[in-house]
Design a protein around this ligand. Structure first.
Ligand code: PLP
Length: 382
């Protein structure tokens, strides 16, 4: 299916600027010279499309592709992507054989993880590369810094495990500089301790906010989600150079005149007080235009003008005020996220963060990929 056909039949669609993704990702090198990069493609590449974005990034100078679980790893592996997936969260014992066989990367967080991987690696006669997770404040996974002695001891006696890296994740890099500076010092100490016994190829403390906001002598691998997808992780001059990567559009289905006294949408929460013109758009919460936007100041952008949401968001449709647009007609295009409405603006209206808006964009919404070099269109159903 070509993109003009998809656009012609779709009520709502997403256009992804592939060149912007590449541009954004490499911006990190301005602040962390020479760092290795792990772009994050979990959660359908923050809504942009797991396989398409992984294929794009596979051609770039990256170390790993960050995924959330084995299913995501398998999807990109089966699609022919050669860059190794890095599973960011904990793994279950039942999925570890597949990880070892494919030489995918993951973290170890407990001594049991370590012995399990050791056993499996022996069984397959492989040397398995692991990354030691340290908990410096996130509280989700990893060894406590004071408990590293035990795991290092065990690693020294292991024959089939190679310690390739160490990593932690900062919970407050965007909001608490002092806390994060302390965390970086603590991570540095952990790195030094581990390096008494092992050569670490990768040391990774930074996600997007941490990578942009801090000096990181102890880190040589950054894990980039937000930055890659153009969401400013912190306030910084560099963020002015970020390019938007995702454009979300919906089509006007019908335009109608409503008389004073009419009501709009479920619960009749909106009562028409004077005659008005309204447009019904083919987008709803099943597309990722959140129901939490109901009764917020949420707007869409049609033919050069902002138009306010009226009444509740339904599964497939919304109603907006076009009284000030005499010429709007069925088939016209409304911008939902793009040049005039940023993802963070939409998130603010919905009472969440841009990242969640992206992650919840519906799988029913077709993605159209654009680039100066010819690209493929994804094969999800329209
Ligand atoms: C999701 C995730 C990231 C990416 O964070 P951003 O703030 O989007 O850059 C990095 N590291 C880990 C462990 C993650 O789970």
């Amino acid at each position: 299916m070509n993109s003009s056909y998809i656009k012609s039949i779709s009520r709502a669609w997403i256009e992804v600027d592939l060149d912007a993704i590449i541009h954004n990702m490499y911006l990190v090198r301005r602040v962390q010279q020479g760092t290795a990069i792990m772009p994050i493609v979990k959660a359908e590449a923050y809504g942009h499309g797991l396989v398409a974005i992984s294929k794009l990034l596979d051609r770039e100078d990256i170390a790993f592709l960050g995924v959330a679980n084995v299913l995501e790893a398998k999807k990109i592996h089966d699609a022919g992507v050669l860059t190794k997936p890095f599973i960011l969260g904990a793994t279950f014992p039942g999925e570890r054989e597949e990880i070892v066989k494919n030489d995918w990367r993951c973290i170890i967080s407990t001594l049991e993880d370590l012995s399990d991987f050791e056993q499996i690696s022996k069984k397959y006669g492989k040397i398995f590369n692991v990354h030691l997770a340290v908990d410096t404040g996130m509280g989700r996974e990893g060894f406590a810094p004071h408990g590293l002695g035990n795991v290092l001891n065990k690693l020294n006696h292991s024959t089939n495990i190679k310690l390739e890296g160490i990593m932690t994740h900062c919970p407050a890099a965007d909001v608490d500089i002092q806390y994060t500076e302390n965390e970086i010092r603590l991570f540095e100490k952990c790195v030094k301790l581990v390096e008494c016994h092992h050569t670490l190829k990768y040391k990774s403390i930074a996600s997007s906010a941490c990578a942009l906001g801090y000096k990181l002598q102890c880190s040589n691998l950054v894990r980039l989600g937000l930055l890659t997808y153009g969401i400013p992780p912190i306030d910084s001059d560099l963020c002015n150079e970020l390019r938007p990567t995702l454009f979300f559009f919906a089509r006007v289905l019908t335009v109608r005149e409503l008389q004073a006294g009419s009501t709009i949408s479920y619960g009749c929460t909106y009562k028409v007080s004077k005659n008005m013109r309204v447009a019904t758009l083919g987008v709803g919460y099943a597309c990722g235009w959140s129901r939490h936007l109901s009764q917020s100041p949420a707007k869409v952008y049609i033919n050069g003008h902002y138009c306010s949401l009226l009444g509740r968001v339904t599964m497939d449709q919304i109603v907006v005020d076009v009284t000030h647009l005499p010429c709007v007609k069925s088939g016209d295009i409304a911008e939902l996220i793009g040049k005039h409405i940023t993802v963070n603006q939409l998130a603010e209206w919905a009472g969440t963060i841009g990242c969640e808006i992206y992650a919840r964009l519906g799988s029913r919404v077709p993605r159209i990929y654009k680039s100066n070099t010819p690209q493929v269109i994804n094969t999800r159903s329209v």
